[in-house]
Design a protein around this ligand. Sequence first.
Ligand code: KMH
Ligand code: ZN
Length: 276
Amino acid sequence: MSHPLIITCAITGAETTKEKQPYLPVTPREQALAAEEAVKAGASVIHLHVREDDGKPSQRPERFEEAIRAIRERVPSAIIQISTGGAVGESIENRARPLTLKPEMASLNLGTMNFGDEVFFNHPRDIVGLAARMHQNGVLPELEVYEAGMLEAAFRLAKQGILREPFHFQFVLGVPGGMSGEPRNLFHMISLLESYGARDSHWGVAGVGRYQLPLAVQAVVLGGHVRVGFEDNIFYNKGVLATSNAQLVERVARLSRELGREVATPEVARKLLGLK
Ligand code: KMH
Ligand code: ZN
């Protein structure tokens, strides 16, 4: 089959709470343990949000530094991708601050949308600003797209010299306000990508809630990559909470191998993503 599967684990997120998912890792130590288990289970990229001691989402670089140090101690090979999306309502200045830590990767959200009952603002000027800071700091952007117009925006930004191909897209499907996680929407995204002739670009899919598992399986078969984790989904099966992020990773890794597709180690993922 195609190239090895990169599994990203979004271990914490900004919206999930311990009340809803008691195994949610929030302290640096918990996040380090969760990252280690996830990598052992087959993840190569850790998508990272951090929290303050009271559990509130944070974009403080000091807090990211602590979490990254703790993760590095336990699992030095992991590719760490920090979030510049933060929580809904966070200022763009704060969202950009952790880029000074020069992580290997960071998320870059390509448009404004309704996000559940709230609005996730991504002003064109701020997208350009974040992209420039990532470029200056040698950070590979993962392009977060929640609907087809955002995918098209990436190619517009490339024409303007603001983004550079090959892209690494994450199709985040199932957020109320964005595209749902129905197969036709994933197919539409893939066919759009093909229409741009972006052969060297990669895509992954992060299915939200009940879409996580079916979209993961579709991505495995279609040659995409997969994101799982408590940021997007807290359940293992309908009504049954997962007991760790690693449990979600392990299932996708197992299914992928069963379907004849190898799972990328962090070293292999670095090669696929063009990271040094
Ligand atoms: N928390 C969401 C509003 C990202 O990490 O870049 C945005 C988000 C995307 O989680
Ligand atoms: Zn995120």
